[in-house]
Design a binder for this molecule. Structure first.
Ligand SMILES: *[C@@H]1O[C@H](CO)[C@@H](O)[C@H](O)[C@H]1NC(C)=O
Ligand SMILES: *[C@@H]1O[C@H](CO)[C@@H](O)[C@H](O)[C@H]1NC(C)=O
Ligand SMILES: *[C@@H]1O[C@H](CO)[C@@H](O)[C@H](O)[C@H]1NC(C)=O
Ligand SMILES: *[C@@H]1O[C@H](CO)[C@@H](O)[C@H](O)[C@H]1NC(C)=O
Ligand SMILES: *[C@@H]1O[C@H](CO)[C@@H](O)[C@H](O)[C@H]1NC(C)=O
Ligand SMILES: *[C@@H]1O[C@H](CO)[C@@H](O)[C@H](O)[C@H]1NC(C)=O
Ligand SMILES: *[C@@H]1O[C@H](CO)[C@@H](O)[C@H](O)[C@H]1NC(C)=O
Ligand SMILES: *[C@@H]1O[C@H](CO)[C@@H](O)[C@H](O)[C@H]1NC(C)=O
Ligand SMILES: *[C@@H]1O[C@H](CO)[C@@H](O)[C@H](O)[C@H]1NC(C)=O
Ligand SMILES: *[C@@H]1O[C@H](CO)[C@@H](O)[C@H](O)[C@H]1NC(C)=O
Ligand SMILES: *[C@@H]1O[C@H](CO)[C@@H](O)[C@H](O)[C@H]1NC(C)=O
Ligand SMILES: *[C@@H]1O[C@H](CO)[C@@H](O)[C@H](O)[C@H]1NC(C)=O
Length: 485
């Protein structure tokens, strides 16, 4: 009894002194770090470093468990930080650190959160970071890291957030990334990654964010990423992905962004898209002549995506019609359908898209008249582009109500009649194109018209007046709409 009490007294003393030693060690380390980095505000209250800016200590006010030195414009050697043995959170983001990431950081066995993003760290990612078995969040994005994702990282089984975007990493995405059961966020965009996306990615974890845009990834969009149904953001733009958007995309009710433009995708938009009730952005566009060539209809099921804000199908081979109910997606701000093979007429119901900021329908096979109801979309401001279609009839006077519209392109159709004087109501107009139609009569006197190059009016039947060199002369007295004979 007495003996054991002695032991416990002794142990108590021992742990107390170990504790004091550790404390002194951290203090010495912090003073050394401060000498190296010159952290603003440090050292003024020498004795209690737990109160220094950016430092948090354990509950027992002993060792440093959190170090947040983000956004302080620091540079210098951060190796010493690896001596703060109890560190759980280390944030060095948004500074000017450069050179190799010290491999000694791999000694911080308690580390759960490591953010080195937004610096100028270079060289390869040290494999020693793979020993950080408690790591839940690793952010190395926005540096100048080269080489491959180290295979030693496959031991980081607790990893939830893995961000390595905007570096110069190459090689492929290792298949073990798909075996990380806790992975929620994986971003590796803007690197030089090749190969295929692992076909098990998302199959064992509730993946929420996958952003791999601007790499050289090949192969299909794996079905596995939709398997758990938790995906919220999918960005794969600017890669070389092939194949179709899997039907299983419909599993993900919470998916708000699907951005898969500038790839080599084919096929149709799966009907199941209508089950993605949170969809806000859907972009499969190409800015490049080669690339995606999706085809078929704009599926009516997509009209069930009531939150859709941007539908960008530009430069594909969609060949159906514009659904009459397109404005059931009442939040639509961007309807970008240019450079497809869309047929039929522009539905009159388009006037119900009250939130629309941009309407691109150029280079399709649209027929019929321009619906006057477009003039009801008072928000329309970025562009109204109906060029290179087979539209005929007259320009509706109602378009003159679009007083926020900056760019109007109705060129290369078979539009006839005059340019309505009401168009002078388009007070924000900067860019216009009426060329290659069957328009006639005087160009209305309106600064944006006369300031435009005369090519904006070329190729019509009988337009006259500035900026064209053909003067209207005596025909000016003709009522608009009548042709000079
Ligand atoms: C020193 O500590 C006091 C209170 O503990 C605090 O008000 C003060 O801002 C600290 N000074 C610096 C330079 O951190
Ligand atoms: C105090 O903190 C240290 C380092 O985090 C830890 O090892 C020790 O167990 C803690 N002691 C108590 C009583 O919480
Ligand atoms: C950084 O400091 C450590 C010791 O703390 C030293 O071993 C290492 O060489 C230094 N690194 C550089 C790049 O100066
Ligand atoms: C810390 O890490 C370095 C490099 O990985 C290693 O050489 C060193 O032995 C480690 N120190 C401790 C105390 O674990
Ligand atoms: C780095 O990633 C982590 C985890 O996703 C995140 O919490 C942190 O805010 C990111 N850092 C910056 C500077 O954005
Ligand atoms: C990856 O980049 C490194 C360094 O920039 C280079 O030496 C290596 O050959 C590259 N590997 C591949 C597979 O492209
Ligand atoms: C991933 O897990 C599967 C199933 O447990 C296993 O067969 C495979 O070998 C693992 N892959 C890697 C790269 O660890
Ligand atoms: C869409 O959801 C409904 C109801 O949840 C379900 O019956 C249907 O199979 C789903 N369709 C697809 C293609 O996922
Ligand atoms: C078009 O594709 C080429 C090669 O695939 C790429 O280098 C270029 O950046 C792309 N251009 C645009 C505007 O996306
Ligand atoms: C649209 O394209 C698909 C696939 O290329 C084709 O099967 C279908 O017949 C086309 N539809 C029309 C109306 O041209
Ligand atoms: C669009 O809305 C109208 C009126 O609310 C409704 O009758 C129609 O079924 C809807 N269409 C689709 C495809 O959801
Ligand atoms: C209108 O769209 C067509 C087809 O996409 C494009 O070629 C043209 O440049 C666009 N017009 C303007 C003014 O941007």
């Amino acid at each position: 009894m007495a003996f054991s009490c002695l032991v416990c007294l002794f142990l108590g003393f021992l742990s107390k002194s170990l504790f004091a030693t550790a404390q002194l060690e951290d203090q010495a380390t912090l003073l050394a770090i401060n000498r190296e980095l010159g952290v603003p505000g440090w050292g003024a209250n020498d004795t209690d470093y737990c109160k220094w800016a950016g430092i948090s200590c354990g509950l027992n006010q002993s060792m440093v468990e959190g170090l947040d030195l983000s956004r302080l414009g620091l540079r210098g050697n951060v190796t010493l930080i690896s001596e703060l043995k109890a560190l759980k959170q280390l944030d060095l983001s948004s500074n000017s650190f450069y050179g190799d990431i010290p491999s000694a950081i791999g000694n911080l066995s308690q580390l759960e959160f490591l953010d080195l993003s937004l610096n100028k760290f270079g060289g390869v990612i040290p494999m020693e970071l793979g020993s950080l078995k408690n790591l839940k969040s690793l952010n190395l994005s926005n540096n100048m890291l080269v080489g491959q994702i180290p295979d030693e990282f496959q031991g980081l089984e607790k990893l939830e957030d893995f961000q390595i975007s905007s570096n110069k990493l190459n090689g492929s995405i290792p298949s073990w990334v798909g075996n990380l059961t806790n992975l929620r966020v994986f971003t590796a965009y803007e690197n030089d990654l090749g190969g295929e996306i692992p076909d098990n990615l998302g199959s064992v974890s509730e993946l929420k964010v996958l952003n791999l845009h601007s790499n050289m990834l090949e192969g299909p969009i794996p079905k596995s990423i939709f398997a758990m149904g938790k995906l919220e953001i999918l960005i794969l733009t600017l890669n070389r992905l092939k194949g179709e958007l899997p039907e299983s995309v419909g599993n993900c009710k919470g998916l708000s962004s699907i951005r898969i433009g500038n790839n080599d995708l084919v096929g149709v938009i799966p009907k199941a898209i209508g089950n993605v009730s949170s969809l806000t952005y859907f972009e499969v566009a190409n800015n490049n002549m080669s690339g995606n060539s999706l085809s078929g209809d704009i599926p009516t099921s997509i009209l069930g995506c009531k939150s859709l804000n941007k539908l960008d199908l530009s430069n594909n081979r969609f060949n159906g019609t514009v659904p009459n109910d397109i404005c059931n997606m009442s939040r639509l701000q961007y309807l970008l359908l240019g450079q497809n093979s869309i047929t039929g007429e522009i539905p009159h119901e388009i006037g119900n898209c009250m939130k629309l900021l941009e309407l691109q329908m150029g280079r399709n096979y649209l027929t019929g008249n321009i619906p006057p109801e477009i003039g009801h979309i008072r928000n329309l401001q970025i562009a109204l582009n109906l060029s290179f279609n087979h539209l005929h009839g007259t320009l509706p006077t109602e378009l003159g109500k679009l007083d926020k519209l900056v760019s109007l392109d109705v060129s290369n159709n078979q539009l006839s009649g005059t340019i309505p004087p009401s168009f002078k109501g388009m007070l924000s107009l900067i860019e216009i194109n009426f060329s290659n139609n069957l328009l006639s009569g005087p160009v209305p006197t309106f600064v944006p018209f006369q300031k435009s190059p005369n090519s904006s009016f070329f190729g019509n039947k009988g337009l006259c007046g500035e900026p064209l060199s053909l003067s209207c002369g005596k025909f000016l007295s003709f009522r608009s709409g009548e042709l000079p004979s």
